[in-house]
Ligand binder design. Structure first.
Ligand code: F0G
Length: 343
């Protein structure tokens, strides 16, 4: 069966206005990768929903196909977003596809190189803000209230509609919702989308574990963070726009929102790679949270079906790896030298 993108596939479940004109890069339909070795270690049946395999390398493409389709159909000429990087690259790609102008605001010096390169490659006008993601978000909200520029951050309800489809895909693949769904939480659009998606689809409800980074954990601490800090720059967010809905999803699903340290995040990134899945640091937060909770016996994962959402590809943030490894050894281009080196 030819795949036409997620709006086509799940049209009947998506509340998109009639004026939408579908703009797609065939996003979604990402693999639910079984992780038998790590699952055995944790005592559960473990899967990774590998969202890094979307067209621009992150889950943002699900919401962006919907938001850009609506903006285009409405007659918008320019779209704008604040971003820690992935939304920027996704908005830029879908705007390019639609023939729209895109402007992206990013926190100065805090965006991973693969994301910035993507936004530029797709032709976005990139503006760095001397401030945080939260400052950038406030600015784009203001300009879209005062001008016809369309906002494509996840405050835009169509972003949520598009992102619900990942929950549908998981239910379709497993023929039911999993027992647990673990995912990183930044601006809290994604956790909101998953919960809405599972509730709507009617194939059961998972318990949801949302995971923030310790230095950027407003939902765990119960108050905004003025200067969020974490190695997981994607979720370096102090005032999540959909924070209330994230707390509701955790509460209603009988799950929770927890924080993990940068060290735990980087360890989780390494561990996932040992089973062949390389994700960017923020993306590994869901798995880090699962490991932390099962180790402390706060989650009883034994015999349970657990889906960890890995939101962005490892190639988005190569420096996190390249800055920590020693340069590979150099040998002469001779067979003997190779034999020596291999040992
Ligand atoms: N994982 C990755 C890789 C992200 O890029 C983001 C958010 C999240 C998780 C958190 O998702 O915000 O819906 O809770 N990135 C946004 C951006 C903020 O601008 O790319 P959320």
């Amino acid at each position: 069966m030819i795949y036409h993108g997620l709006i086509h596939r799940y049209k009947q479940y998506l509340d998109l206005p009639a004026h939408s004109q579908t703009v797609t890069l065939l996003e979604g339909n990402t693999p639910l990768v079984p992780m038998p070795r790590l699952g055995r270690e944790l005592g559960c049946e473990l899967f990774v929903k590998f969202e890094g395999l979307n067209p621009t390398g992150s889950f943002k493409d699900r919401g962006m196909t919907a938001a850009i389709s609506e903006s285009l159909g409405r007659g918008a000429k320019t779209v704008i977003c604040a971003s820690t990087g992935n939304t920027a690259a996704s908005a830029a790609a879908y705007a390019a596809r639609a023939g729209l102008r895109s402007i992206v605001l990013i926190p100065e010096g805090k965006v991973a190189v693969g994301k910035l390169a993507g936004a530029i490659a797709y032709g976005a006008e990139v503006i760095q803000i001397q401030g945080s993601f939260d400052d950038a978000l406030a600015l784009v909200v203001e300009i879209t209230q005062k001008t016809p520029i369309a906002l494509v951050n996840s405050i835009n309800p169509y972003r949520i509609e598009g992102q619900k489809t990942s929950a549908f895909e998981i239910c379709d693949a497993l023929d039911a919702a999993p027992d647990w769904l673990c995912l990183p939480v930044g601006n809290a659009g994604n956790i909101t989308s998953y919960w809405a998606g599972f509730k709507q689809y009617g194939k059961g409800l998972p318990r949801i574990l949302g995971v923030q980074a310790k230095g950027a954990a407003p939902l765990v601490l119960g108050h905004p963070i003025e200067k969020p800090e974490t190695v997981a720059t994607a979720i370096r967010i102090g005032k999540p726009a959909r924070g209330e809905q994230a707390l509701e999803a955790a509460h209603e699903s009988n799950g929770g929102i927890i924080a993990v340290s940068d060290a735990q995040i980087l360890e989780a990134q390494k561990t996932l790679a040992t089973e062949g899945v390389w994700v960017e640091p923020a993306s590994a937060a869901g798995f880090a949270g699962l490991v932390a909770e099962t180790t402390q016996h706060k989650i009883e994962a034994k015999g349970k079906r657990v889906v960890v959402v890995c939101t962005g590809h490892g190639m988005k943030d190569p420096s996190i790896i390249t800055e920590s490894f020693t340069t590979p050894r150099v040998i002469p281009a001779e067979y003997e030298a190779l034999v020596d080196a291999v040992g």
